[in-house]
Design a protein around this ligand. Structure first.
Ligand SMILES: [Zn+2]
Ligand SMILES: [Zn+2]
Ligand SMILES: [Zn+2]
Length: 270
């Protein structure tokens, strides 16, 4: 499987538009890998996870071809992961495109159903309501949603995705897993894990996000229980501006503890 991360910032992106903190000032001056847009991640060429407010621009600046996407998995309704008005651009006369199947929790599907009704999108968008612990087939992909530790008012989902004998765990946004998540995650062996590292040196941010220490704990636990090993790629992402996610600063911090610091455009083959 090929994994390409298009957006590696948190909700506000980096540098944050209205922010003048020293981290954001350095990011503006240096650019490159210090520019972090909002999340979406491509698997091979046809499965996209999340559709944030920058996904449209990824189709210009990072070679994302939205016309090839057949399956769109949404994790939760926070705006950096789900921009329904942009997804609605699939309808004519905005686009001539293939049909897209969108997978999400009740909040996501209810939102999309209202848009479909208004814009008559039924011929372009197929909606699949998904639930934690139930496995779904998406052509040659096997997808299992796992409930995240993120927002008590919504079943925020993480995704375990298998394809061609390889399996990845897409684990943001979430705090460190609780027992029920480990029970589901424990049913596979992972070749790659993409993890919430919003707060970097700050641990367990507001009980809804992770930092480096939590990612280290995730990695150790997964290796200990035999669902990952030294060859598993552990990628940390979703960095918030206030924790200083300058790539050159955080990359050694993460690589010293066996983690890969994501940046916009990072591609990994597993
Ligand atoms: Zn987020
Ligand atoms: Zn800032
Ligand atoms: Zn979130």
């Amino acid at each position: 499987m090929k994994i390409k991360l298009f957006g590696t910032g948190a909700a506000e992106g980096f540098p944050s538009g209205f922010c003048n903190c020293s981290w954001c000032q350095i990011a503006r001056e240096t650019g490159g890998k210090n520019i972090r847009t909002r999340t979406s991640t491509l698997i091979n060429d046809d499965l996209l996870i999340d559709f944030g407010p920058d996904t449209f621009s990824h189709s210009f600046f990072h070679g994302l071809d939205l016309r090839k996407i057949k399956h769109l998995l949404i994790t939760h309704s926070h705006h950096d992961h789900f921009t329904p008005a942009e997804i609605a651009n699939i309808h004519p006369p905005m686009a001539e495109s293939n049909k897209l199947r969108l997978y999400g929790n009740d909040v996501i599907i209810d939102t999309m159903e209202r848009i479909i009704d208004r814009l008559k999108l039924t011929e372009r968008l197929d909606l699949q309501r998904v639930y934690s612990g139930i496995q779904y087939a998406a052509d040659s992909y096997q997808i299992t949603p796992i409930k995240a530790v993120h927002n008590p008012n919504e079943d925020c989902l993480l995704y375990c995705i298998s394809h061609g004998g390889k399996t990845i765990l897409f684990a943001h946004d979430t705090a460190y897993f609780k027992e029920d998540a480990w029970e589901l995650a424990g049913q596979h062996f992972y070749n790659a894990v993409i993890m919430d590292c919003t707060s970097l040196e700050t641990t367990n941010y507001n009980d809804v996000h992770m930092g480096i220490a939590d990612n280290v704990k995730m990695r150790s636990h997964m290796i200990d229980i035999g669902i990952a090993d030294e060859n598993t790629a552990f990628i940390s992402t979703h960095f918030a501006h206030s924790f200083g996610p300058l790539h050159e600063r955080i990359s050694p911090l993460l690589s010293d503890v066996g983690l890969i610091a994501a940046y916009d455009g990072l591609t990994i083959q597993v």
